[in-house]
Write a protein that binds this ligand. Structure first.
Ligand code: PHB
Length: 401
């Protein structure tokens, strides 16, 4: 009998036993079996595997699996079984997709997702059902703000965190005016807000905000408009396939080298192979960068490259840390994931030994972490400084139950 059947049989048995009032004696019928602790841990991966964020979903999946492998393929002695849903970065399908994992696949935890709008749909269901969710990317502020909950964790960032440090970076370069350009949805709007907060605090002036619908890549009219405004700097959020196209279009429009380009580091992470020289010299802020000289990072990069024949990026790190966070929780309760309170407590107080540098959870369950200044040199996002030490998201509106 495989583990799935065993688990189902045990569940059926428990139901029958409970109905017959015989539950107290159940364990003695299976000597040596600790109930609920021998079955596989069922992990739902709800991520984009099609569309502009495909590579991000793949890197997160790889990173998560690498963390489990690092523990010998088991967490507290229990094997891990994966259930996968392609969420297509489509917010409208988010409730249906997460419910498939919860109801059909009976997962113990959902790891997802990349797109902020999809995350907000997941959070709604997680709050209603109590499902444990670990978000390995999407930065929607509400998930660790007004919609925060004990069962919702994030191992990545809040959107605000990634651009707030850019304000000082631009000021230090002597830039006084900037234009911000992004896709119009929660991630872009919140990164715009983070930049606005940071830049205006430094006396900078945001002279124009420009948007296009996600995931469109018709950048030309916007680039023409930027050229006519002539700001001191251009700042943006794009990621994945869209970011690669933007970098190429920016260079082709003749703006590269004329109007300095900045962004949250998603602009240049995971795309450098695809864009050739178009990204050279672009400076960004992010909680990870290539060439972090720690034993942990070097080991991670080596293992990842060996396992997946690809270089890791920030998304791989966030997936890896989602695996590490789950491991911390499962180990704390010795595999008894029915002990939700024990698990959540351990996850909330975990110190994650990450390739990005060690980090801890804020009270709202979002990483408190350093943000690096990075510069594209060759095929790397080289860390050239620390843009903000131990930055926490303000978590406005979070009241943890
Ligand atoms: C988001 O939607 O929150 C998001 C997506 C891709 C990124 C960063 C944030 O690279």
């Amino acid at each position: 009998m495989d583990d799935t059947n065993q688990r189902r049989d045990r569940r059926e048995f428990l139901k029958a036993a409970a109905a017959g009032g015989a539950l107290a004696g159940a364990e003695s019928l299976f000597p040596g079996v600790a109930f609920g602790q021998s079955a596989k841990i069922r992990v739902g991966l709800m991520l984009p595997y099609t569309g502009t964020y495909t590579q991000l979903g793949v890197a997160i999946t790889n990173g998560f699996k690498l963390a489990v492998q690092e523990k010998g393929g088991k967490l507290a002695g229990r094997e891990v079984e994966y259930f996968t849903v392609d969420d297509e970065s489509n917010p409208a399908k988010a409730p249906e997709n997460i419910n498939r994992l919860i109801q059909r696949d009976k997962v113990d935890v959902v790891v997802g997702t990349v797109h902020s709008g999809v995350l907000l749909g997941m959070v709604k269901v997680a709050r209603e059902t109590g499902t444990l969710v670990i978000c390995p990317n999407a930065g929607a502020g509400a998930a660790t703000g007004p919609l925060c909950a004990p069962n919702i964790f994030r191992t990545s960032f809040s959107n605000w965190q990634t651009t707030y440090p850019l304000g000082k970076v631009l000021k230090d370069k002597g830039h006084k005016t900037a234009v911000f350009l992004t896709w119009k949805y929660a991630a872009g709007e919140e990164m715009l807000q983070g930049f606005r907060d940071g830049f205006t605090k430094q006396g900078g002036k945001l002279v124009k905000e420009l948007f296009l619908p996600f995931p469109q890549v018709e950048f030309q009219p916007l680039l023409t408009e930027i050229a006519s405004i002539k700001p001191d700097a251009v700042v943006c959020f794009f990621a994945g396939g869209g970011a690669a196209k933007f970098l190429k279009d920016y260079a082709a429009a003749g703006l590269k080298g004329k109007l300095p380009l900045y962004g949250s580091g998603f602009l240049t992470d995971g795309v450098l192979e695809a864009v050739g020289n178009a990204a050279a010299g672009v400076e960004t802020t992010l909680h990870y960068g290539d060439g972090i000289e720690t034993a942990r990072n070097k080991e991670f990069r080596l293992e990842y490259a060996k396992a997946f024949k690809a270089q890791p990026d920030v998304y791989a790190v966030q997936g890896f840390d989602a695996g590490q966070l789950l491991a911390a929780g499962v180990q704390a309760v010795k595999g008894d994931i029915g002990n939700r309170e024990g698990m959540i407590k351990a996850m909330a107080s975990a110190r994650i030994n990450s390739p990005r540098g060690a980090w801890t959870m804020s009270k709202a369950h979002n990483p408190v972490q350093d943000f690096y200044l990075r510069k594209v040199i060759g095929k790397e996002n080289k860390v050239v400084g620390i843009a903000h030490k131990a930055l926490a998201d303000p978590a406005t509106g979070c009241k943890m139950a």
